[in-house]
Design a protein around this ligand. Structure first.
Ligand code: BG6
Length: 484
């Protein structure tokens, strides 16, 4: 199997917020990697734009440092880096004033793909959109890229959508959820809709329940200011887990095309039932000998922000009526391990005696690390000793099947930025999807606030608060172990 790199057409990409953390950690290294892979040609331009006064040479040094720091070191070859930096320039730009806009409009070229990456807080989206239009850069074929958080509730998300819609058509707006750029997330669609094997069983008749876990071992780090106002529900569930949930539960789209896929995802979100307080657990990590607890980390002794959420959700439609979906995410857990597990029902009747035990199939889609897919099947335990049954995995680790080089997947940002240039919105969230996701999370958050309850404390390095285990136990089920 040989991967193919299809070069994109020459483009101008303006990174507004070009000196920020996202540009440093993700956008610039991603562009460099695609350049090295041969996907970006020498005619393209990457323009960093920010308020700081800076010459292009200094911005190139900034970009070089970012690339060295956030790209695998042995991948950064000085000659490649020098060639890449020739594409890079800088403009001082004031989002709220007029400084720099005429210069910028003189730099971007007409008649080629132009994309503006809003790598800044949402409070600036309106100013940026207005000025792109005023300075003649918001033509029909230009694209804008916006990051999460896309609002902090339904009202703010609607307002952002309204502001952007004043200047841009929905087909020009690329709302990033980087989970959609992960290799296995796309493979989820390939497995579901490219095989006859699974789809007939993909419903409440055969599936007992589905578990989605996105576990992180890190804490909130230096992002305490943002995080303490957001919490796991807004930071992870409303977007990343919701997207995984949609892809696993949606009906087959008519085509693998942006609106076909997004229409089906939207239907899932709209069919979600409200989650009652007894079906949801919030947690907050404590400290241990080595690391401070959450409250110390964010320097807010009374913080009631959750760093962990586990919940049981139901979808009211024909396919999934009665099937519980258990979602869980948290920081400072045992490992960084994310997976979706589809747990099938037991066979309706066991022909084996009780000693053989009860067994069921589990299809596990591992997102990270060790991307792959595993199907647990029941077989006879080999050897003498009667009919004893045992569950064994049919394991398709991508690295093993494809070889380590082929399984060295591009980072989510590499894929998503190239999709912006190609004009493919399939892996981006549409405005109505984001609003529907907030419409589901808003009442949950409102109920927490009204109840004024504190999140359950949990020890770092484990699997979250005990209450999350009970959420499953009381249904006679259990979470899968958090392991890479
Ligand atoms: C971000 C969240 O969107 O996703 C972070 O804001 C989280 O809090 C991160 O750590 C997780 O992304 P990944 O790709 O490391 O799983």
């Amino acid at each position: 199997m040989v991967s193919r790199v299809i070069p994109v057409e020459p483009f101008d990409l303006v990174i507004i917020g070009g000196t920020g953390d996202l540009a440093r950690r993700k956008i610039l290294p991603a562009l460099y990697q695609r350049f090295v892979a041969g996907q970006i040609g020498k005619e393209s331009q990457i323009i960093g734009a920010a308020r700081s006064e800076m010459e292009t040479e200094s911005y190139r040094s900034f970009a070089a440092e970012a690339i060295r720091e956030f790209t695998d070191t042995d991948e950064v070859k000085p000659r490649k880096l020098a060639a890449f930096l020739k594409l890079v320039s800088y403009v001082t730009l004031d989002a709220k004033g007029e400084a720099g806009w005429t210069t910028l409009s003189g730099m971007v070229q007409e008649n080629r793909i132009r994309a503006f990456y809003f790598s800044v807080g949402p409070s600036l989206f309106g100013d940026l959109a207005k000025r792109l239009q005023k300075y003649g850069m918001a033509e029909d074929d230009c694209r804008i890229v916006v990051e999460k958080p896309f609002g902090r509730d339904l009202a703010t998300a609607k307002e952002l959508n309204r502001i952007l819609a004043r200047h841009f058509d929905e087909s020009q707006i690329y709302r990033i959820d980087h989970y959609l750029g992960k290799e296995t997330v796309q493979n989820l669609m390939a497995v579901r809709f490219g095989n006859m094997l699974f789809e007939p069983l993909w419903n409440s008749q055969y599936v007992d329940h589905i578990q989605i876990t996105v576990a992180e071992s890190v804490g909130v780090g230096g992002r305490g200011g943002y995080y303490d106002r957001a919490g796991a529900m807004r930071d992870m569930v409303q977007n990343h887990l919701m997207q995984l949930f949609c892809l696993i539960a949606m009906e087959p789209p008519a085509k693998f095309e942006p609106d076909s896929v997004r229409d089906e995802k939207l239907k899932v979100i709209r069919a979600l039932e409200h989650v009652k307080p007894e079906n949801i657990v919030r947690g907050q990590y404590d400290g241990d000998g080595q690391n401070p607890g959450y409250r110390n980390e964010v320097e807010n002794r009374d913080s009631t922000t959750e760093t962990f959420v586990a919940l049981k959700a139901h979808i009211s439609n024909w396919r999934w009526a009665g099937t519980p979906f258990y979602l869980r995410t948290g920081k400072r857990l045992r490992d960084r391990a994310s997976e979706i597990a589809v747990v099938f029902k037991d066979a309706p009747h066991s022909i084996f005696d009780e000693d053989a035990g009860r067994h069921h199939n589990i299809l596990t889609i591992r997102l990270q690390p060790n991307e792959g897919i595993e199907l647990g099947v029941t077989i006879k335990e080999p050897g003498p000793g009667g009919m004893r049954l045992v569950d064994v995995p049919l394991d398709m680790s991508f690295a093993e099947v494809l070889g380590p080089d082929e399984a060295d997947f591009p980072d989510a940002y590499e894929r998503l930025i190239m999709d912006v240039i190609r004009g493919n919105q399939t892996l981006f969230m549409r405005g109505d999807e984001v609003e529907a996701a907030w419409a589901w999370t808003d009442p949950i958050i409102a109920e927490w606030q009204a109840a004024g309850t504190e999140p359950e404390p949990y020890d770092p390095g484990g699997s979250g608060p005990e209450e999350a285990l009970f959420l499953m136990h009381r249904d006679g089920r259990r979470w899968r172990e958090i392991k890479p």
